[in-house]
Write a protein that binds this ligand. Structure first.
Ligand code: GDP
Ligand code: IMO
Ligand code: MG
Length: 427
């Protein structure tokens, strides 16, 4: 089983960090392929809790080489502070590899992200404000700065000047802000270069060689399927491709090399930021899910919007990612409800559909159609096998599996590494 992708099947925060960490001990490489420090992946090891933003969760597994692929946008200051934070806690980060082709997030990207959001006012996306969108926009506009540019001072200055030419006009004339000095940006970036040099590698070559040698490579997605810039709820999305295809473009590994695609799926649904969310709850149940599930953003600390499980979305994730398995997380959070609503279809202006509408206005009008499954009250956090789960919890999992279109191969019953029921092996 040389290469597998692990990605979010909903709107992010499904528990990808925990799932990656769980596999970390058995894989040789863990690769981030898109996104940047907009991600917040929580890993709980014993009594230690780690919040990772840019680094792959495999960094916590000693035998594993963590890789930041070409598809990631790298804020060098965040990368260095995340590394030193882990070093202070005794984590060895020396194996990290960073693609020289990954694009940088510079201070002006962060400034533009925040000013654009402010300018959008009521129409804002609710971004994390980390400069993600502006950095990817520069990449596509061919005025981006790449990791490798850090090591050639004159090229770096030329590129930063080219990138700022237009932006400074926008900042000064439209946003009424001070223009940014290219020299100052270059000076800051050069200050990171020496610290990063040792990590930079031709990661595409490294990963393809590793797969050819039979090593196990795990691609760890950031965000989630419905936040994908192509397949998500555009424009309320992130600016990259968390879906399975992104693992190929974001790492330089071809689709024929990937054997398994695992969708991380929360037993209910959450979303951070603006955009449609059919099963969102505004009542005590929503508040209870938030409190019991600890649904507060790891990156921005914002309250996560909470709602019931949406099988239409899960099925859609199976389709656009070609999922082979699901990892169902946070089943324990649902303990205590007498009955649990599950969205099986949408009612859109009087018409029932079981597929995600491709028309955005339809999706904004979608009313959830619920089926009600019987709940359970027993504590399930100590369950080690599927048979340990109460009958109604088993039935909840089986029903979700039938509705979602791929086998549920693991079930999370708590945040810890060992609070997992493995139904089928991933490797
Ligand atoms: P990610 O962005 O997909 O890695 O997810 P986050 O770390 O943002 O949010 C998931 C949260 O749920 C974290 O606090 C995890 O520690 C926690 N978590 C993961 N799996 C489980 C589970 O099965 N049960 C419970 N109770 N918590 C979990
Ligand atoms: P993980 O990896 C949840 C959301 C933001 C906003 C939209 C665009 O922890 O699951 P961006 O800063 O990316 O331009 O913001 O995407 N968003 C996330 N929501 N989890 C994440 O990451 C997210 N990363 C971005 O809230 O709505
Ligand atoms: Mg998260």
């Amino acid at each position: 089983m040389p290469a597998l992708v692990l990605l979010g099947a909903q709107w992010g925060d499904e528990g990808k960090g925990k799932a990656t960490d769980l596999l970390g001990g058995s894989v040789d490489y863990v690769v981030r392929y898109q996104g940047g420090n907009n991600a917040g992946h929580t890993v709980v090891v014993g009594d230690q809790k780690y919040a990772l933003h840019l680094l792959p969760s495999g960094i916590l597994s000693p035998g594993c080489t963590p890789v930041i692929g070409n598809g990631v946008v790298v804020d060098p200051s965040v990368l260095l502070s995340e590394l030193s934070g882990l070093n202070e806690r005794g984590v060895d980060t020396s194996k990290l590899l960073v693609s020289g082709n990954a694009h940088l997030i510079t201070p002006y990207h962060e400034t533009l992200d925040k000013t654009t959001e402010r300018f959008l006012g009521k129409r804002r996306i609710g971004t994390t404000g980390r400069g993600i969108g502006p950095s990817y926009a520069d990449k596509i506009n061919r005025v981006g700065i790449r990791v490798q540019d850090l090591f050639d001072e004159s090229i770096l200055l030329q590129k930063v000047e080219a990138a700022l030419d237009f932006k400074n006009q926008v900042l000064a004339k439209l946003y009424n802000r001070r223009a940014i000095s290219a020299e100052q940006v270059v000076e800051e970036l050069l200050g990171y270069a020496e610290h990063l040099k040792g990590f930079v590698a031709d990661t595409t070559l490294v990963l393809n060689d590793a797969i050819d040698e039979g090593k196990v490579v795990l691609f760890e997605g950031g965000q989630g399927t419905l936040l994908d810039v192509d397949h998500g709820t555009y424009p309320f999305v992130t600016s990259s491709n968390p879906t399975a295809g992104g693992a190929c473009t974001g790492s330089g590994v071809g689709p024929t090399k990937i054997n398994r695609v695992i969708g991380i799926l929360k037993a209910y649904t959450t979303r951070v930021g603006a955009g449609p969310f059919p099963t969102e709850l505004f009542d005590d149940d929503g508040e209870a899910l938030r409190t019991i599930g600890g649904e507060f953003g790891v990156t921005t600390g914002r309250n996560r919007r909470c709602g019931w499980f949406d099988a239409v979305i899960a099925r859609y994730a199976t389709r656009v990612n070609g999922l082979t398995d699901f990892f169902l997380t946070k089943l324990d959070v649902l303990t205590g409800w007498e009955q649990i609503p599950v969205c099986v279809a949408y009612d859109i202006d009087g018409e029932r559909t079981t597929e995600l509408p491709y028309n955005q206005s339809d999706f904004h009008h979608a009313e959830p159609v619920y089926e009600y499954l019987p709940g359970w009250s027993e504590d399930i956090t100590k369950a080690k096998t599927f048979a340990d789960l109460p009958k109604n919890a088993q039935a909840y999992v089986k029903t979700l599996e039938e509705m979602s279109g791929a086998p549920i191969s693991a079930i999370g019953v708590g945040p810890g590494r060992d609070e997992t029921i493995q139904v089928n092996s991933f490797l």
